[in-house]
Design a protein around this ligand. Structure first.
Ligand code: HEC
Length: 274
């Protein structure tokens, strides 16, 4: 009997061990993913409050005075930002536009990534004249989805832009359908692993006072975080919900994982029994 209990507890500890290890790495990958997918949302590298604003609520940004304003640049940084998956693509196109979009720089033969190629890859599926999209007829960047035409883009390029544009609106980059999709995916998955980690945490031998406080906290933070995604569209202040609740979730969830791991390494009375 004693041996069986011991086996059970060892097996349970092994399972808890591999689960918490899994979550620890998953957690780090998730943090890296936030950096790479949203770090450039506001047009500047690195995560900041403006990145969160750009994705969920939208915000006004003053155009930088030493830059030549262009409709293409303003759109690239705002509502078209979400179509450029790769940050390297984004900076190639942005740099070219900031420099005044010289014709010679559109597709230089010696460069691996050129603005023209970035446009073919990211923009022409909607902005090709004969592609069948309305916007392709209104603002074409080329005749078909393989060809970029400088003359067609000219009205949107810096050279033709009147100075005096002082600010531009960035975001919200998550359109309604996208926000619904992202909510659907995250609201179904995150609470599940939060629950598993929470349950493991509640089974540890830390003081009851800690367990009572810390076990439900990540779940409560999620309610505010998810709520913030939607409310941010109504008011900028709710962006602080996302950041605040996200921070609380991140810290407490990490504490739970570490607490589970530490508890597993503490000598078990059950195992010592036999
Ligand atoms: C999924 C389709 C789609 C893709 C991909 C796309 N756009 Fe657009 N674009 C649109 C639509 C629709 C509009 C018009 C709505 C609006 O103004 O927001 C538009 C408008 C624009 C405008 C303003 C045009 C005008 O006449 O004022 C610019 C500039 C622009 N896009 C640039 C880009 C760039 C640069 C890319 C590639 C990085 C890109 N777009 C990718 C759909 C797309």
């Amino acid at each position: 009997m004693g041996r069986q209990t011991c086996h059970l507890s060892i097996r349970r500890e092994a399972a808890a061990h591999s689960l918490s290890r899994h979550y620890r790495y998953g957690y780090l990958v998730a943090v890296a993913n936030i950096q790479t997918s949203h770090g450039m949302a506001d047009g500047k590298p690195g995560m900041s409050l403006d990145d969160v604003r750009a994705v969920y609520s939208g915000f006004e940004r003053k155009s930088v005075s030493d830059e030549i304003p262009s409709r293409m640049l303003a759109m690239l940084r705002s509502s078209m930002r979400e179509y450029v998956e790769d940050d390297a693509d984004y900076s190639v196109l942005e740099t070219w536009l900031k420099k005044g979009a010289p014709k010679a720089g559109l597709d230089p033969a010696d460069a691996k990534k050129t603005p023209a190629r970035v446009i073919i890859l990211n923009c022409l599926r909607c902005h090709a004249r004969d592609g069948g999209e309305d916007i392709g007829k209104r603002s074409p960047f080329g005749p078909d989805d393989m060809t970029v035409d400088y003359e067609m883009m000219r009205p949107l390029l810096p050279a033709d832009m009147k100075p005096g544009m002082v600010s531009m609106r960035i975001g919200p980059q998550y359109s309604m359908p996208r926000l619904i999709l992202v909510s659907h995916i995250h609201m179904l998955s995150i609470p599940m692993f939060t629950l598993v980690v929470g349950l493991l945490f509640s089974m540890t031998r830390w003081p009851a006072k800690w367990l009572n406080w810390l076990t439900p906290l990540p779940m409560i933070a999620l309610v505010f975080d998810f709520g913030g995604w939607w409310l941010a569209r109504l008011g900028d202040v709710f962006v602080l919900f996302i950041v605040g609740a996200g921070g609380v979730f991140g810290v407490v969830f990490a504490v739970q994982i570490v607490a589970i791991l530490v508890d597993l390494w503490r000598p078990s009375r059950r195992i010592m029994d036999f």
